[in-house]
Design a protein around this ligand. Structure first.
Ligand code: GTP
Length: 290
């Protein structure tokens, strides 16, 4: 996960080549003109140097697996920029190795690299697919995963483009397309069911009913293992899980072992919620690549 296959190969080839070259040099006494005078001490020093290199390689490998490139996708106004800007505030000091990796990614993505940040033990490189779905072609293959941001409160809204298509239905169609295109890729999709605060407000206000737009909602019962947030109104829980299940129905079709979809209930204006979500994404990515 993180880099493409060829990058991965280059990374390991370079690391291990340097390591073995160093070892070989040590064996032949290169860089060591006084060999023989205090042989044992030199041998000890060499062993220690080897140990240090091995330790560093192990550390690099761990860090490599904890760096993830993510591409934000989604319809207009779904909340991509809000999420992006929240995370930009978290820009942190990265180590030299992380900066090098960032440079490599930057070069590779030819100018559309946007920001990087650390959440817990993970470093994320986040691209904002602002210019819509077209931009994904350029970076499609480089990503660790895709984030599809959906405005969950848009069940009663129409797309700005044609003033006709239901916005939530459009998001469902987009996921269906993405899923079809990704059939041969082993990349997870993180589904950010965003604007949960607005969805809750709408449901509780009772003015705009979901069943008026999605009639099947009238017969929907939440799945057994839904976990309601403490103090959450049951009608809100039912609504959010109904929307989640509509998306998951799409991703449950086809070869589910090839790639996975992980849903999250998000509120982009709540930094804590977004940070927690990214930490969970990191855990899922590490789990998927282990
Ligand atoms: N209440 C609430 N507002 C949100 C949330 N996420 C985004 N918004 C607001 O929704 C509006 C649109 O959000 P953006 O982040 O600009 O959406 P976008 O997907 O980047 O839109 P484009 O740039 O048009 O593709 C902004 O006014 C945000 O403040 C949320 O979770 N809750």
């Amino acid at each position: 996960m993180g880099l493409s296959g060829s990058d991965k190969a280059t990374y390991y080839f370079t690391s291990f080549y340097c390591f073995f070259l160093f070892r070989k040099m040590a064996c032949f006494g290169i860089g060591n003109k006084t060999k023989g005078k205090c042989g044992e001490e030199e041998e000890k020093a060499r062993r220690e140097a080897n140990k240090r290199i091995e330790k560093q390689l192990k550390k690099d490998k761990q860090q490599y697996y904890k760096s993830h490139m993510l591409l934000l996708l989604g319809d207009c106004d779904s909340g991509k920029s809000t999420i992006f800007n929240q995370m930009r505030l978290l820009d942190t000091e990265l180590t030299a190795e992380e900066k090098l990796m960032q440079y490599m990614q930057h070069k590779k993505a030819s100018g559309i690299f946007e920001t990087y940040f650390r959440v817990g033990e993970y470093v994320f490189y986040l691209f904002n697919g602002r210019s819509g779905w077209r931009s994904i072609r350029r970076v499609f293959c480089d990503q660790s995963a895709y984030i599809l941001v959906v405005d969950s409160s848009s069940y009663d809204m129409v797309c700005q483009g044609d003033n006709q298509t239901n916005q939530l239905q459009e998001a469902l169609n987009n996921l269906e397309n993405l899923w079809r295109r990704m059939r041969t890729m082993d990349r997870p999709v993180f589904l950010f069911l965003n604007k949960q605060d607005l969805l809750a407000e709408k449901v509780l206000a009772g003015k705009s009913k979901i069943e008026d737009y999605f009639p099947e909602f009238a017969h929907y019962t939440s799945h057994e293992h839904t976990t309601p947030v403490q103090g959450e109104d049951p009608s809100v829980t039912r609504a959010k899980y109904f929307i989640r299940d509509k998306f998951l129905k799409i991703t449950a079709s086809g070869d589910v072992d090839m790639h996975k979809c992980f849903p999250f209930f998000t509120c982009a204006i709540d930094l804590e919620n977004i940070q927690r979500t990214f930490r969970d994404c990191g855990d899922k990515l590490n789990f998927c690549s282990s």
